[in-house]
Design a protein around this ligand. Sequence first.
Ligand SMILES: *[C@@H]1O[C@H](CO)[C@@H](O)[C@H](O)[C@H]1NC(C)=O
Ligand SMILES: *[C@@H]1O[C@H](CO)[C@@H](O)[C@H](O)[C@H]1NC(C)=O
Ligand SMILES: *[C@@H]1O[C@H](CO)[C@@H](O)[C@H](O)[C@H]1NC(C)=O
Length: 335
Amino acid sequence: MCGNQMEKTILLLLSIATSISSTPVMTRQSLQRQKTREHFCANLLNFNNFYYSLEEQKNVTGIPADMSIHWKTGKIYFTLISDEMKMSLQVLNPSGEFDLIKVAGLGQSTCVDNLNDIVYLATDNGVYKYKDDGSIELFTALGEDVMYIAVTSDGSAMYIATWPQNRVHKITNDGQKQETFTAIPNGHGLTVDPRNNMYFVATKTSYILKNGYTVPIKIKGLPSDKMTGVFVSRSDEVFAMDENSNLYSVDPENSSAKHLGTFSVSGVNSFAMDSADNVLIGVKGAILKFNAYEQSPCPEYENSSKKGKRHSRKRKNKKRTTSTTPEPAEEEEEE
Ligand SMILES: *[C@@H]1O[C@H](CO)[C@@H](O)[C@H](O)[C@H]1NC(C)=O
Ligand SMILES: *[C@@H]1O[C@H](CO)[C@@H](O)[C@H](O)[C@H]1NC(C)=O
Ligand SMILES: *[C@@H]1O[C@H](CO)[C@@H](O)[C@H](O)[C@H]1NC(C)=O
């Protein structure tokens, strides 16, 4: 397949070369192909040691919230909030098809234990396990209204945030209650890193409750009223994103964040990363997928287009994400 592709490319290049040197005629098709590639290359983003490009936009009716990804299958689990504020749990399959997850009560959110390949559902009647065949099985917290769940990366413990008690419990994977974290007001955006530091969002501010501490603190270096949440990547790095798609890396050691770059999408409600560090962004009406390339997929553009790259890139980005209103997001620091 690769060889074939190469042959075609060479033939295309040859035909372009001959058409330039002999006749000034370029076929419409090859011109179109070249334009598509130019557009793709001009819109490449470069930060966080990756080149990113918008690969896909999947439209949804409503707002996707609390995305989590099963790394092995690439399935994206999320809560869809309809225009009437009704919630449903959904799966976006790699095939591009959506599945509705049927739960007994009201589905609040989902959480994937990627070590043990288990999908958990938070419902108004407890925590359920979701099986591949679409069936569900009660796991724990029967009778409690569970809003959010987080699972440790070794799968040994689960943190569950319940309502209206507004507290977070830690339970072992055999269901034993271990600890209660009353300092966490609600579990919105509840996330746990491999060192058992906990993260959550309250009034759009991201906090960290470090392992062994009782008082959560605001993460430094993040805007104080625009945060969507924190995500722990497959390589155990902690990232945060704000409403304007600014991506930050979080260092739990000093509870500080560093701005990495922006995807130039506004109105971000949720973000996640798949096993290849591709970035999924949920906005009203769509889930956007930005592919992450370790090396530039446009090496020929690297040398020539450096000058003025930032500007042309931002302007062109406005056209790409039509369902949202991208804006040149500025880094916002709290003092
Ligand atoms: C936090 O630690 C990281 C890594 O050591 C460092 O790069 C960063 O400057 C520190 N941030 C603050 C605010 O001290
Ligand atoms: C761009 O620069 C790299 C490294 O300096 C070089 O290998 C490559 O051939 C250059 N590409 C073009 C199109 O000039
Ligand atoms: C998704 O929505 C955007 C605008 O909101 C529209 O331009 C685009 O065609 C839609 N895509 C599909 C596949 O329906």
